[in-house]
Ligand binder design. Structure first.
Ligand SMILES: C[C@@H](N)C(=O)N[C@H](C)C(=O)O
Length: 213
């Protein structure tokens, strides 16, 4: 059964901030040059080595500001209210959290999450995106549920690529948000809950100074 980020068990996980800096991923992870905690960056390097030759990781987003998180919540919760006019505010919050995390537990705001896909780097160094079944950031409504990692109704190539991604990232220590095939995290509260860690390693970054890496 999927645990959503709005589940009270996620917010109940304590955070023991370890103070790791944000680092900037190099261009081999894609032009976004996302910033993530250094421990997550190391695990992404490990995950990439576990992929078959010719397949790479493209990270489209890492750390996100609190303000950006709030803007995505405002935009998507308005869509949820419109699509579910009978839902009360508790249900709107639950449905919204299928696609965007409540601010208090938001993994991207902690520098603990990446949105990423797989690319074919065998013919073109910059990488051609592989079929993962939906575009990154297609909502449950837009994708008719196919954004969920285990969704039926995606083609065999997309299934194989999602499984490849899960093997590499899972082995490297990341956890997936099951309603979004592209969202993986390490060290945040959701990760701690799923792995049984005593506490999250990373809380919100906000004004922490980034360093180059
Ligand atoms: C909005 C989407 N790209 C995303 O980042 N969702 C996760 C669950 C989040 O908000 O942390």
């Amino acid at each position: 059964m999927t645990i959503l980020l709005s589940d009270p068990r996620v917010a109940a996980v304590p955070v023991r901030e370890c103070g790791e800096p944000l680092v900037t991923l190099d261009a081999s992870f894609g032009p976004a040059r996302a910033r993530v905690r250094s421990g997550l960056a190391l695990r992404l390097l490990t995950a990439r080595q576990l992929l078959p030759a010719g397949v790479g990781l493209r990270v489209v987003e890492g750390h996100r500001t609190l303000r950006d998180q709030e803007a995505i919540i405002a935009s998507y919760s308005a869509q949820v209210r419109a699509a579910h006019p009978d839902a009360d505010e508790t249900e709107v919050r639950r449905l919204t959290s299928r696609f965007v995390a409540p601010v208090e537990v938001a993994p991207h705001v902690a520098g603990a999450a990446v949105d990423l896909t797989l690319v074919d780097v065998s013919t073109d160094g910059s990488g051609t995106p592989l079929d993962l079944g939906t575009a990154i950031d297609e909502t449950p409504e837009q994708s008719q549920g196919r954004c969920s990692t285990d969704a039926p109704g995606i083609g065999p190539d997309a299934r194989r690529h999602r499984d490849l991604m899960a093997d590499a990232l899972g082995t490297a220590g990341l956890v997936n948000y099951p309603t979004e095939w592209w969202h993986w995290s390490y060290g945040d509260r959701y990760w701690a809950l799923l792995t049984g860690a005593d506490a999250a390693l990373y809380g919100p970054v906000e004004r922490r100074t980034a360093v180059a890496a």
